[in-house]
Design a protein around this ligand. Structure first.
Ligand code: SF4
Length: 485
């Protein structure tokens, strides 16, 4: 089989056993990889009603058929499981060298079931699989965990790990790689923690075989060259997705104070041009020549990787207009292994609840110190408010009552991402019908809608949402390639 390895690695942590499992060419063609594989595996394996945090759940890492070939922006994998946040299908993609190393180790996907007796690291080095004690790593943040594993296995090794949030089963904990590459918004980090799996390390040495190796190389080179000729290339390299702050502000879709408004008075202070003044370098996914991770120094002079979603959610959505402080909150989120979108959403919810006098704690809009302390409390599930918010905004609103569900911003339990849709009904439809909950990734229809006209629904808008969901949520998530090129 060309393009695919034709092999999955099935790991049972309860039994401490790993078995390579072959799959057919027909399965590869029908499901492609990434999300397609994950859905198929979960559908076949899970009994209805299982607890997502029980050993019965499966945690899946699945790459696409282009990963590890010289094709632009294909260095990604999907992490998927039944979600503890929504109790439905959950996934997210991560741009990481672990995707490339997994494919080079000979596997298109790894499927983890069961629960290890004690915390472990799974070391997958070509055919060999080791279950290593992770007692000394448990309790560490994702940055230190990865640093120690890189010391042991080299900086080229692919590492996927969790921070304290995943260990403490925070329901929007993510899987982290390369200090800031994070994925699995609907609690994939919590599923990993529930299995006592601190990290997975991939080291691969095999070359993948293509049916037309010369042609794929040429196509990849042509595509990389074409990226460089685009008129907005230089600006993209300067700002990546951060210019969306200004765009969202101009179009009144920048989530502000728990989505109560779409315009933020201090947007300029947290926008792309403000970020440029603080920027120290670019980071990105493997195989990408338009890297978009903006690395800045935060208010503690430590590095933090910024993009639009995390700045909007930890900035305007909580009323914080100081980019260095936003960058610090973002770094805490990445290190603890918390999804920055859901985190900004629950913090905004807590601030609104405090303003309305529905909780005892005082959580002021834009209050950096309180936000910082709350993030720590959420990651460790400590204190009344930390524990309450660790289960997500839907659960918190059910607990608080008093009509707070009216401004608890989620769909299916997954917190809304960073586009306010009071004036963009097609974007609201995209959130409402996204397979994993309120995520922008399946149908980012908002920019089309602003141009096409915002007023009301129409058959054209519905068709556009469906088209984008099929292209972005369907093809891109199965191929595990980035949409930006
Ligand atoms: S454009 Fe950004 S997200 Fe896409 S592959 Fe490049 S670095 Fe990754």
């Amino acid at each position: 089989m060309f393009g695919w390895n034709g092999k999955l690695l099935r790991v049972d942590l309860t039994k401490g056993r790993a078995v390579a499992d072959e799959y057919s060419a027909e399965t590869a063609k029908n499901y492609l990889g990434g999300r397609g594989f994950a859905v198929k595996i979960l559908w076949d394996a899970l009994k209805a009603g299982i607890d997502p945090l029980s050993p019965d759940n499966r945690l899946i890492f699945a790459a696409g058929p282009l990963t590890a070939f010289p094709v632009p922006s294909s260095g990604k994998l999907i992490v998927a499981a039944k979600s503890p946040l929504t109790w439905g299908y959950g996934d997210g993609n991560i741009g990481t060298v672990a995707a490339v190393q997994m494919r080079r180790a000979g596997y298109d996907a790894v499927v983890v079931e069961g629960k290890a007796k004690n915390p472990i690291v799974l070391l997958i080095r070509d055919e060999s699989v080791d279950f290593l004690d992770a007692g000394d790593l448990w309790g560490l943040g994702s940055f230190e965990t990865e640093r120690r594993l890189a010391q042991l296995y080299g900086h080229g090794a692919g590492v996927l790990c969790i921070g304290q949030a995943g260990e403490n089963l925070v329901k929007y904990a993510v899987v982290v790689s390369q200090e800031g590459r994070a994925g699995g918004r609907p609690g994939m980090g919590a599923v990993m923690g529930s299995k006592n799996l601190k990290a997975v390390v991939f080291i691969g040495s095999n070359e993948l075989s293509a049916a037309y190796p010369k042609e794929i190389k040429e196509l990849g080179s042509d595509a990389l060259r074409e990226v460089l000729t685009r008129p907005n290339y230089a600006f993209w390299k300067r700002q990546g997705t951060m210019s969306t702050i200004e765009w969202s502000q101009e179009n009144s879709v920048l989530p502000t104070r728990n989505y109560s408004e779409g315009v933020f008075r201090k947007a300029g202070a947290i926008g792309g041009f403000a970020m440029e003044k603080m920027k120290v370098s670019n980071r990105g996914c493997p195989q990408c020549n338009m890297t978009c991770g903006n690395v800045v120094k935060d208010s503690y002079r430590k590095e933090s990787e910024l993009d639009y979603e995390n700045v909007a959610m930890l900035g305007s959505n909580i009323g914080l207009g100081n980019l260095k402080s936003v960058a610090a909150l973002n770094r805490f989120a990445d290190d603890y292994g918390l999804d920055a979108i859901s985190l900004g959403n629950v913090l905004g919810f807590a601030m609104e609840a405090s303003e309305k006098g529905l909780i005892d704690e005082r959580v002021p809009w834009g209050g950096f110190k309180m936000a910082k302390n709350l993030i720590r409390d959420i990651a460790y599930r400590q204190g009344h408010l930390g524990s309450l918010l660790a289960d997500g905004v839907y659960s918190a609103s059910m607990e608080i009552g008093e009509n707070s569900s009216h401004w608890a911003m989620h769909v299916k339990g997954l917190e809304v991402s960073a586009y306010d849709c009071h004036t963009t009904p097609a974007m609201a439809l995209a959130y409402g019908t996204c397979s994993v909950g309120a995520h922008h990734k399946d149908a980012w229809v908002v920019s089309w809608e602003v141009k096409a006209g915002r007023k009301g629904y129409s058959a054209e808008k519905v068709e556009k949402v469906i088209e984008l969901q099929r292209i972005r949520g369907g093809v891109f998530e199965c191929l595990t390639v980035c949409r930006f090129p």
